[in-house]
Structures are given as structure tokens and as C-alpha cells.
Design a protein around this ligand. Structure first.
Ligand code: AMP
Ligand code: TRP
Length: 343
């Protein structure tokens, strides 16, 4: 019988974030805030996924700076690098190796269904890179390389995690002929009211790093004044705030702002509605500004402080790389054995 050297942990978290553009409130509420809470209970691995970033053109110098900036933001938001593993993806070469193997498991038909590729490639699909097309395979490799059980992400990543589950199932039946359970099927964790934060300019569009309008998002580096101005100018409608979630859902901008409030204050959406039902935006917006500044300002000041010492940030990443690679090496050896590759 083939002897395997890696162990399936009962619970392990893996999640990633791209080092591109400005980290914003959506990244914080949809992902990082949940990571910070989850790391207390479950052993966690977080990666700044620079190999995902190069699926679209990047400026090399800017990419390095953004990688450090995102690392600083994650630490400033509360990731404890003594407890959790934090590293940049390209430093652990096993990610690329596994991605290739999984490219030979994933079917073209599965990738053709990925909505994010369709959105990102736009009309000129012939000109998109092969990397952008197979991006979800690399993401599956990220997760499966650590035999992760849980993947906390915003809602936009749900389809990619379903793909990782399909790839895992297919790998198990192709290569783990005996027990067929080498990879467990990773569970997406889409938690809280902030899983899909929308643009401040248009409540039907996702808040995004790539939106040309800076007023559409609150960046983690924004000053008090920026936050004040952006929320003050945020699009709303002219009705008082409703009392029920059902009524709220019909009003995209109101829904977005109330969900942001509820998520920032860690309270149930209904409780937030109870506090503001019947009030106008002129009453609600100053409260939201106050709360957003209270939560985000300490993060941006800590981030600025950490960024003064890039050498220290690099040291943290190298330490994280060491810890991540120790796990990844073993899992990849097992995978190579199962596939029949001499190593
Ligand atoms: P990305 O910036 O695409 O690397 O995304 C990093 C994490 O932030 C992923 O878990 C995303 O699902 C999450 N995320 C990105 N944009 C939003 C948003 N507007 N609302 C909630 N979560 C988001
Ligand atoms: N694709 C994710 C995003 O754009 C980032 C990511 C890469 C990721 N690898 C991952 C998220 C693995 C969770 C698990 O948001």
C-alpha cells in the first residue's frame, strides 16, 4: 500500500487576497474581518496571492509595493502572525506545481462556466491570458495544497470554491483509487451581512478595486475626511429607512449602507433596522461615518506605521513562507505519489 506522509487536519482554513489596487471595505468586511475572528478557533493560513495578480498586466515595482501594503493591512486588521501563517503565494513554489497537476484534472467545460472570467475578460476574450482563464485552477491548488477544510471569502468567490470541490472529487476518483478521499471537499464560509459590499455610487454594482471612481469605495488607507466625504456623497433614495429586511431588499443603496453599518458594528441586520427605522439618511449617515472612522482609522494608522519598515514586513513573509512550505511539501509529495510522478 502507498504510504502517505501528510495528514488531513480536522479543520484548517485557507484564504487569499490579491495584492492589486486599493484594499477596500468590501475586502475587509467580506474577508479579512472574518479571518481575524476565525483564526482564534481554527488553524489558519492566509496568502497574498501575487501569482493570481499577474493574470492581468502589473507594474513590477508596484506589485512588490502592493504585496507589502496588503501584508501590512492584514496585520493591522488583526491577523496574528505568531498564530496564523501569512505569506506571499509565489514564495511557495508548490502552488504552481500543484496548479499544473490540477490543470490536468479540471475540464475546459468547468472553466467555461466561470462568471468572473467572463466579466474580467470582457468582449475581447481572445486576448485574455491563459493564466486569467485557468485562474480558478490555481485557486483550487492554493486550497488543496494545505488540505484545507474551510475557505472564508466574500460571495463573489463561491463559484470558484465549487470548482475546487469538483476538482477535488475528480482527483480523488482519478488517483486515489482505494479510499477516494485524499482531498476533503473544502467548505466556503460566507459569513455576516458584509459578504457583498456594493459600490457607494451604485448599489447594484460590487465595490471593487478596479472601479475607476475612487468615490465608489472606502479604501483601508482613506483618511477621516475621505470617509466623511464618501459616505456623505454616497447614493441614496429619498425615503425614510424601512423596518423590515424584506422592504430593505428592494432598495439597493439603503440596503448596502445598512448592511455596512450592521457588519461594522457586529450586530444583526434586523437590530440595525430597529435602531434606524423611520429615520432619514441625514440622521443615519453621520452615525455610519462615526462608526466607519472608529473601526477603520486605527487600521489605517497601524498600516502606515508598519509600512515604514518594509524590511520587517519581508521578514514576516519569509517566516510565513517557511511554515507554509513545510505543510505544502508533504502534501505535494503525496500528490506526486498518487499521480505516479517520481520525486
Ligand atoms: P480580491 O480583492 O478579489 O482579491 O478579494 C479578496 C477577498 O475579498 C475575497 O474573499 C473576496 O470575496 C472579498 N471581496 C472582494 N470584494 C468584495 C465586496 N465588494 N464585498 C465583499 N467581499 C469582497
Ligand atoms: N480569487 C480570490 C479573489 O480574487 C483570491 C484567492 C486566491 C483565494 N486563492 C484563494 C481565496 C484561495 C480563497 C482561497 O478574491
Amino acid at each position: 500500500m502507498m504510504k502517505l506522509i501528510s495528514k488531513q487536519p480536522s479543520k484548517r482554513i485557507f484564504s487569499g487576497i490579491q495584492p492589486t489596487g486599493n484594499l477596500h471595505l468590501g475586502n475587509y468586511l467580506g474577508a479579512i474581518k472574518n479571518w481575524v475572528n476565525l483564526q482564534e478557533e481554527i488553524s489558519s493560513i492566509f496568502s497574498i496571492v501575487d501569482l493570481h495578480a499577474i493574470t492581468v498586466p502589473q507594474n513590477p515595482l508596484k506589485l512588490k509595493a502592493s504585496t507589502r501594503e496588503v501584508t501590512a493591512a492584514i496585520i493591522a486588521a488583526g491577523i496574528n502572525t505568531e498564530k496564523s501563517i501569512l505569506f506571499n503565494q509565489s514564495s511557495v513554489k508548490e502552488h504552481s506545481e500543484l496548479a499544473w497537476i490540477l490543470n490536468c484534472v479540471c475540464r475546459i467545460g468547468w472553466l467555461n462556466r466561470m462568471t468572473q472570467f467572463k466579466e474580467k475578460a470582457g468582449k475581447n476574450r481572445e486576448n485574455a491570458t491563459v493564466g486569467l482563464y485557468s485562474y480558478p485552477v490555481l485557486m483550487s491548488a492554493d486550497i488543496l495544497l494545505y488540505r484545507a477544510t474551510h475557505v472564508p471569502v466574500g460571495e463573489d468567490q463561491k463559484q470558484h470554491i465549487e470548482l475546487a470541490r469538483n476538482i477535488a472529487t475528480s482527483f480523488n476518483s482519478m488517483f486515489d483509487s482505494k479510499s477516494k478521499d485524499f482531498f476533503c471537499l473544502p467548505e466556503p464560509q460566507i459569513l455576516g451581512p458584509g459578504t457583498r459590499v456594493m459600490s457607494l455610487r451604485d448599489g447594484t454594482k460590487k465595490m471593487s478595486k478596479s472601479d475607476p471612481s475612487d468615490a465608489s469605495r472606502i479604501n483601508l488607507t482613506d483618511t477621516k475626511d475621505d470617509i466623511f466625504n464618501k459616505i456623505k456623497k454616497a447614493k441614496t433614495d429619498s425615503n425614510p429607512l424601512p423596518a423590515t429586511i424584506k422592504e430593505l431588499e428592494k432598495r439597493p443603496e439603503a440596503s448596502n449602507l445598512l448592511k455596512i453599518y450592521s457588519s461594522l458594528s457586529d450586530e444583526d441586520l434586523q437590530k440595525t433596522l430597529d435602531s434606524f427605522a423611520g429615520k432619514g439618511f441625514s440622521y443615519f449617515k453621520p452615525k455610519l461615518i462615526e462608526l466607519a472612522v472608529e473601526i477603520l482609522n486605527p487600521i489605517s494608522s497601524e498600516m502606515r506605521y508598519l509600512l515604514k519598515d518594509p524590511v520587517e514586513i519581508d521578514k514576516i513573509l519569509v517566516k510565513g513562507k517557511g511554515k507554509a512550505q513545510k505543510i505544502a511539501e508533504k502534501v505535494l509529495k503525496d500528490i506526486k505519489n498518487l499521480v505516479g510522478l517520481i520525486h
